[in-house]
Design a protein around this ligand. Structure first.
Ligand SMILES: [Zn+2]
Length: 149
């Protein structure tokens, strides 16, 4: 079965659709065909239509996706800065669970922060309150293109 490859305006591949969806979008004028399949299909009006093989969207499509709270993304969000003492680029940057895992703390944007090794050791398996430590920033969800998927 023929498919239609949909390209973004920068020629990056967005998706692959069935030719039925491809031709519908083409007839609606939503995509600009670049290449066609050899097969043509007979439309209800008696006209033959070529099946788009490769087509481009007319508007640039920006993807917004939910980036996960990976180690890399947490470091990026916190700018490689320990969220307890404020040291940037410490020798050993670690990932700290604000609420420790053993207390039910999850791997979420709100519960993960950058911490230097010293602060992380000092905090141990405790919450900041229990360890009498203060977070410099309230951890929030990071979103958008600057984060890694
Ligand atoms: Zn620190």
């Amino acid at each position: 079965m023929e498919t239609t490859l949909i390209l973004n305006m920068d020629y990056s591949i967005l998706t692959k659709l069935s030719w039925q969806k491809g031709i519908t979008l083409m007839l609606k004028g939503a995509i600009i065909p670049i290449e066609f399949h050899e097969r043509r299909i007979l439309g209800a009006n008696g006209e033959y239509y070529p099946l788009p093989k490769v087509a481009m969207v007319k508007k640039f499509i920006l993807f917004t996706y939910k980036a996960g709270p990976s180690r890399r993304n947490i470091f990026l969000r916190d700018d490689y800065t320990c969220q307890y003492c404020g040291i940037k680029n410490p020798d050993k940057l670690t990932l700290d669970h604000v609420k420790p895992k053993w207390q039910g703390g999850k791997d979420t944007w709100e519960n993960l922060v950058c911490a230097c090794f010293k602060c992380n050791s000092k905090k141990g398996g405790r919450t900041p309150e229990e360890a009498n430590m203060t977070l410099l920033n309230q951890p929030k969800e990071g979103g958008g293109r600057q984060y890694y998927r």
